[in-house]
Each structure stands twice: as structure tokens, then as C-alpha cells.
Design a protein around this ligand. Structure first.
Ligand code: GLY
Ligand code: MN
Ligand code: MN
Length: 464
């Protein structure tokens, strides 16, 4: 229905997808078939669709961005794409279709067939296979479709056709593959980070300039600046709904961009990133609307920034996923005590604050998540069983060791709602600082630092 926006994504370099498919084929084991559909189109309201967004697993394996498509990959790596047939009348309305004739050469795959032949083609390919792999709990109705295709194979039993006896979750393989980004992905994520960083810079500058001009500045004006920068930078979409939260709204974690006035003296928290060629960036900056931090804002900001620095220092190969969180948490807790937001007499030491979770009214989320094709990307956070003690699951699994090529966010924050024991100067201050870290051979690289985090650098850029 609306593939126009995305058709230009047909890949120029098909080799990266071929390499991924070959790795998947190897992992399927002998005599197996993987069935991976793209996402369905979704209606927003009568006759108006949500913009189409392909399924991330599907896209990862072929780079094909049209709707109504299914990928079939067998153990030998032989790949068939089921896709929309050419239809000049439909294309007049909805846009170009690659079509099954062109698909093999354009995508570097072995064969293609019209999606209308899906049931027959899949049932045929399942004949005499040992196992079928498909993404569990991901596509509504796919489990029933698989049963239906298997039934069609079983119906041929007396003709000597064997039906697969194993069904497995292909996400178990693909999640592990997607967790460690390849060169192509790292380059794309770097560009997504760069476009998103410039969007934040643009919004910061706009905020200070609009207030200097005495304009009626609203949260949605800043969102508009972000969207402008994403699109003019070449990104297709925001990777998630942007958060633009002025003043007390920053303490609402899932606030969107509303119409609240952005006034001098407020902090503004913006959590926004673009999606470029399928890959997400995820950045949060918190800045003074008028470009100058007040003393209490500066104090809290300095704690959050120091906690982020501690987390960044803890992000390196061999460290566990939880190590950056633990490092950030300790600094945040020290800060809560130092600023008198927690009372030392009542709360005790930093270790007491951590053990008794006294930080939780002010810091209620984790510090990191995986990032990639999905903003909260796939991949287990706990240590894979085979690496843990001889395949026996420990009662509390450890988080997994970081390895080069993983990308995670580092996003500590403090959100200070009014409470009797909290000094009034800090009430309603909400600060988060979020960057995207690529684990490297000896530490990590932040992909999103073209927007500054240091107080003096933010103030300088907002003066400009
Ligand atoms: N923007 C979503 C997140 O930070 O997790
Ligand atoms: Mn995030
Ligand atoms: Mn975010």
C-alpha cells in the first residue's frame, strides 16, 4: 500500500546480506528450512496507513524493504524471496515493485516467486526437510500458517514424502548474530548517531534563540526542529517517538512532545534519535531552555554526567552488561547523598543506599539496552547457557560479557519529584544523558558525541 518511501533502500551491496544468510544457513543444521516474513502493513485509521516498516530480522537477511514478502533460506544457503508481483496498475498508485523476475539479481539471491504463490511454494520447500525454523511469537498467525504448510506436506505421506519433525525458533540464532554488529551495521549506526546528534544541536540552538527573540516556544517547536534535522540528514523516520519534556515533564519517563510552553529557567529533556536505513540512534540531552544552567540544575547535571562517565569507563570487552549500570548507580547514589537529596543520617552509606534501593524514587530505570535495527534491540542480557557453568543454569544468571561489536546505550538519569525531605531547589529537576556506545577491542566508542554533554560546551553552543 505505501512502499514508496522505502523502495530506495534496495541494497547496493548485497554481499553483506549473503554473508549473514550463509551464517544462518550453517546454524540451521542439515536439511532445514527457515521461513522469515517481513512485517504486515498496518492501518492507522480509515484508509490511512502507518508508514510501512519492514521486519528487522527479514531486513537483516536481505535488505529488501517492500511489504508482502517472505524469505526462505535452506541449509545450503539457497534463498527464495516471495514478493509482490509486478502490477503496473498497482504501481501507479503505490509505487515501484521490484518483482520476482528482477529480485534475484537485485538482491543477490537464488530465486523468487510471487507472494500469491506463498502457500504452495513453502509447502513444496518443506518436503523431506528435517526441521523448520521460524520466528516464534513475532508474527500473528504465523504458527497457524506453519501448521497448515506442514499439513500439506503430511498429506503426501503415502506418496513417500517426509514431513519435518522439528520446529525451532529462528530468533535464537538471529538474536545472537544481530547482537554483534558487522562493519556495514557499524557504519550505518555511526551515520544515524551523527544525524541524530546534529538534530539535538539544532534543537538546543533553536531553544535559546527563540527565547532570546521573546517567542512563545512550545515543546512541539523543538520536536519540529528534530524532525527537520532527521529528514534533511537523510534518515527515513524517528527511531521512536521523540520525548521533548520541558520543566517538570522531564520527570515523566515516557512523556512525548506536548504543547507545554518552554520558558526561561526550565530544563528541557530531549530523548530522540533517527532511524537510518533501518538502524536506530538513541540520544538524550538535557539542557537549560535559555542556554544557562542554574546552580541547582548544574549540581544535579554534574552528578548525572559523572555517573555516565563512570559507566562509559566500565564499558569494555570482558566487562559484563551490568557493569556500566553498577558503575553509574554508585556515582548517582554518592551524588544523592552529597546533594542532600538523601539524608546521610537516615540513609547511611553509599552501600546502604544501593542495598536498600533508596535511589529508586530518583532513578527507576536501567542504564543500558542493546541498540541496532530495533531501538531496544534483540539479544539476551544474561550469559548464554553454554558459556555458563557446564550448561546448568545458575539460580541468578550473570549478565553476559561484552564483546567488540556490541552496541548499547548508556543513559543514567535523576528525576527529582517534590518530597518533604528533598531540598526545594531540586524539585522537578529531571536529567538524563544518553549516548550510544560501540564496544571496541579495548573499550568503547561513543557514536553520538557530535552533540556535547559538558556543561560549558552546551552553554557555549547555545550562546552561538
Ligand atoms: N528512547 C528509548 C530509550 O531510551 O530507551
Ligand atoms: Mn535508550
Ligand atoms: Mn532514549
Amino acid at each position: 500500500m505505501n512502499p514508496l518511501l522505502q523502495t530506495h533502500l534496495t541494497p547496493s551491496d548485497t554481499g553483506v546480506y549473503a554473508e549473514r544468510r550463509a551464517r544462518l544457513a550453517q546454524a540451521l543444521g542439515p536439511n532445514a528450512l527457515a521461513i522469515i516474513p517481513t512485517a504486515p502493513e498496518r492501518m492507522r485509521n480509515r484508509d490511512a496507513d502507518f508508514p510501512f516498516r519492514f521486519d528487522s530480522y527479514f531486513f537483516y537477511l536481505c535488505g529488501f524493504a517492500e511489504p508482502n514478502a517472505v524469505l526462505l533460506i535452506d541449509s545450503s544457503g539457497h534463498t527464495t524471496l516471495l514478493c509482490q508481483a509486478k502490477d503496473l496498475e498497482r504501481e501507479m498508485w503505490d509505487g515501484y515493485r521490484l518483482g520476482p523476475l528482477e529480485a534475484p539479481s537485485a538482491l543477490g539471491i537464488q530465486s523468487a516467486a510471487p507472494i500469491a504463490e506463498k502457500h504452495a511454494v513453502i509447502a513444496k520447500q518443506l518436503e523431506n526437510k528435517h526441521a523448520v525454523w521460524w520466528p516464534f511469537a513475532t508474527h500473528e498467525g504465523l504458527g497457524q500458517d506453519v501448521e497448515r504448510w506442514l499439513d500439506a506436506v503430511r498429506a503426501k505421506a503415502r506418496a513417500g514424502v517426509r514431513c519435518p519433525s522439528m520446529q525451532s525458533d529462528v530468533c535464537a540464532i538471529l538474536d545472537e548474530m544481530r547482537l554483534v554488529k558487522d562493519t556495514h551495521e557499524i557504519q550505518t549506526m555511526g551515520r544515524a548517531g551523527s544525524i541524530s546528534a546534529h538534530a539535538h544541536v539544532r534543537a538546543m540552538r533553536y531553544s535559546a534563540a527563540a527565547l532570546r527573540r521573546g517567542e512563545d516556544l512550545r515543546e512541539y517547536h523543538l520536536e519540529a526542529e528534530l524532525l527537520h534535522a532527521f529528514r534533511s540528514g537523510g534518515a527515513q523516520f524517528p527511531a521512536y517517538t521523540s520525548i521533548v519534556a520541558a520543566g517538570a515533564n522531564a520527570c515523566v519517563l515516557h512523556y512525548r512532545a506536548g504543547n507545554q510552553a518552554v520558558v526561561s529557567g526550565d530544563l528541557v529533556l530531549i530523548d530522540a534519535g533517527c532511524e537510518l536505513d533501518g538502524y536506530a540512534a538513541d540520544i538524550t540531552r538535557t539542557f537549560p531552555a535559555n542556554g544557562v544552567f542554574s546552580a541547582p540544575q548544574r549540581d544535579v547535571y554534574a552528578v548525572v554526567l559523572a555517573s555516565q562517565e563512570a559507566a562509559v569507563a566500565a564499558t569494555r570487552p570482558g566487562a559484563r552488561f551490568n557493569d556500566p549500570h553498577d558503575a553509574a548507580l554508585r556515582v548517582l547514589c554518592e551524588g544523592l547523598l552529597d546533594l542532600g537529596i538523601l539524608n546521610r543520617q537516615d540513609a547511611g552509606t553509599v552501600d546502604d543506599v544501593i542495598a536498600n534501593r533508596l535511589y529508586s524514587p530518583f532513578y527507576m530505570h536501567r542504564t543500558s539496552h542493546w541498540l541496532g535495527l530495533d531501538v531496544h534491540d534483540c539479544g539476551a542480557y544474561s550469559e548464554p547457557l553454554s558459556e555458563a557453568s557446564a550448561g546448568v543454569a545458575p539460580a541468578t544468571p550473570l549478565t553476559r560479557p561484552l564483546v567488540p561489536g556490541m552496541v548499547l546505550t548508556i543513559e543514567p538519569g535523576l528525576y527529582i519529584r517534590p518530597a518533604e525531605q528533598v531540598p526545594e531547589a531540586f524539585h522537578h529537576i529531571g536529567i538524563r544523558i544518553e549516548d550510544d556506545a560501540l564496544v571496541t577491542a579495548d573499550g568503547c566508542t561513543l557514536l553520538t558525541r557530535e552533540v556535547p554533554v559538558a556543561i560549558d560546551e552546551i552553554e557555549a553552543l547555545m550562546r552561538a
